[in-house]
Design a protein around this ligand. Structure first.
Ligand SMILES: Nc1ncnc2c1ncn2[C@@H]1O[C@H](COP(=O)(O)OP(=O)(O)OP(=O)(O)O)[C@@H](O)[C@H]1O
Length: 228
């Protein structure tokens, strides 16, 4: 589903690579944790997959496409296959739960009839049935993250990228969010999650990729957060 071939990324004006000579493959339906200290390159890794940035060197394949040769006009279609979830939720303020999720389908031109069917199904899946009409800004952090996950998943993307999705949540709420991401993964969605949350990584025992100063220093099946 995702292949990095000798990918190196320098930001303009930086003399140290944010990512250096990354080679790896992530298969369809895998669940992968991306760990490493602040500044180790996790966000850069995720942003390359979204083609928000291009590698300085090397080649990236995502969902069967070579991102190096993909026309700019095809980038929105690529991103439609990739749901994204962030630490800070990024919901639309002043909109209800329903509106936040429906918006993701409206912008890609889904017919209203389909939207009316898919949105409640997805809200049910994330455990928010009955909260459709609540203003999203009045929800708890955990509920807001569920809205964000519903929005990311409503179009049934092949890949879900989660950048510190539990970073603003307490441990108990985080466990609920992880159960949800696990369920989405079991529906054959490839999930890549950057995190600093060691207890979650240690509990889930999934593949772990560790970055250190832009280099891939560990690729461990059923891994743990740290090797120390
Ligand atoms: N837009 C940018 N311009 C220049 N340098 C950048 C830019 N974004 C990131 N960097 C640098 O690239 C390196 C990797 O940063 P990145 O944000 O990928 O790390 P990270 O592991 O995601 O960190 P965090 O855990 O804090 O989110 C860092 O040295 C950072 O300062």
């Amino acid at each position: 589903m995702i292949t990095f071939e000798d990918v190196t990324k320098f930001y303009p004006g930086q003399d140290r690579a944010a990512l250096r000579n990354i080679n790896l493959e992530i298969g369809k339906g895998e669940f992968v944790f991306l760990v490493g200290q602040s500044g180790s390159g996790k966000s850069t890794f995720l942003r390359l997959i979204l083609r928000e940035y291009r590698p300085t060197k090397g080649t990236l394949y995502v969902a069967g496409k070579n991102l190096g040769t993909l026309n700019q006009w095809k980038v929105p279609a690529l991103r439609r296959q990739i749901g994204t979830v962030f630490q800070d939720f990024r919901l639309l303020p002043g909109k209800t739960v329903y509106e936040n999720v429906a918006f993701a389908l409206q912008v890609i031109g889904k017919p209203a009839r389909q939207i009316r069917q898919i949105v409640p199904e997805t809200l049910d899946l994330v455990g928010l049935a009955g909260k459709e009409n609540r203003p999203s800004d009045e929800l708890s952090g955990g509920e807001q993250q569920r809205v964000a996950i519903a929005r990311a998943f409503v179009n049934r993307p092949k890949i879900l990228i989660a950048d510190e999705p539990t970073g603003n949540l307490d441990p108990e709420t985080s466990v609920g969010i992880m159960k949800l991401l696990d369920r989405i993964n079991r529906a054959d969605t490839t999930v890549i999650m950057a995190t600093h949350d060691s207890s979650i990584v240690d509990q889930m025992r999934r593949r772990v990729l560790e970055l250190r100063s832009g280099e891939l220093v560990r690729d461990q099946a059923k891994g743990v957060y740290g090797t120390a």
